[in-house]
Design a protein around this ligand. Structure first.
Ligand SMILES: [Zn+2]
Ligand SMILES: [Zn+2]
Length: 244
């Protein structure tokens, strides 16, 4: 079996040689030196008002009340060279190997920002219809990568069979206005009642690829909190502005 797999890979590599999408270095989709040139954010802001600088992206004292996210760590800028391109190729050209450089960006931001270690990682779920179309959940792969690499020698459990999208919502990028996005997602997520004990009193790291208004993360965090989660932090690759 192993030999067969190896042969298959050799054939694939010969037919479709992989090389760095930016500089062309062979054998990787995005090489280490191109990855090192992507600038991490030099500061983090409150995820709600996006105005107040806070340590590790914590929610500021004026926004804290009734806001379900304790902090949001953003790895880099969406407009940073190569970032939107990588995200697009990952999500729409299905190059799942790009979870590695993208996950690495998130990992570096999380390490630098030093939030308390999560008990579990929960990736933002896709609606089953969307999951069938894409074949993978982009946030799940990023969550798995972070779970394996955040603390060397210890893998954080990833819980991905508990939070669900109740209804199919059009992709956020197609919903133009701010209020529309909010409405679009209100109560879109739920936690299975019988499984709620698995998140009770847990510190959760919620992982998504890109945040725009933050509504997806907020709605997920709300659903998790309603079922007894202790505190919820979020991590994303970047935030996308409306006019991007
Ligand atoms: Zn390169
Ligand atoms: Zn704030």
């Amino acid at each position: 079996m192993k030999i067969l797999k190896k042969t298959k890979n050799i054939i694939l590599d010969t037919l479709f040689p992989v090389s760095c999408l930016n500089c062309g270095q062979p054998d990787v989709w995005f090489c280490e030196s191109c990855l090192n040139r992507i600038k991490p954010l030099s500061f983090q802001v409150c995820p709600k008002c996006e105005k107040i600088l806070t340590e590790s992206g914590k929610t500021c004292q004026w926004c804290k009340k009734d806001y379900p996210l304790k902090a949001l760590v953003v790895a880099t800028k969406y407009k940073e060279e190569n970032v939107s391109k990588l995200v697009h190729l990952y999500k729409y050209n299905f190059i799942t190997d790009l979870r590695i450089p993208l996950g690495e960006m998130m990992l570096r931001a999380l390490t630098k920002n030093d939030l308390p270690l999560p008990d579990i990682i929960v990736p933002v779920p896709l609606h089953p219809r969307r999951l069938r179309w894409r074949g993978f959940n982009q946030s799940q792969l990023l969550g798995d990568f972070i779970a394996k690499n955040l603390t060397p020698g210890f893998e954080i459990p990833v819980v991905s069979d508990l939070l669900f999208r109740k209804r199919y919502t059009p992709p956020q990028m197609k919903t133009k206005d701010y209020a529309g996005r909010r409405e679009n997602l209100a109560d879109a997520f739920t936690v299975t009642d019988t499984e709620a004990h698995r998140i009770r009193n847990k510190r959760i790291l919620l992982v998504d690829d890109i945040a725009t208004t933050g509504s997806t993360l907020i709605e997920c965090a709300k659903a998790l909190k309603q079922k007894g989660a202790k505190e919820i932090f979020g991590a994303v690759i970047a935030r996308q502005e409306f006019n991007d």
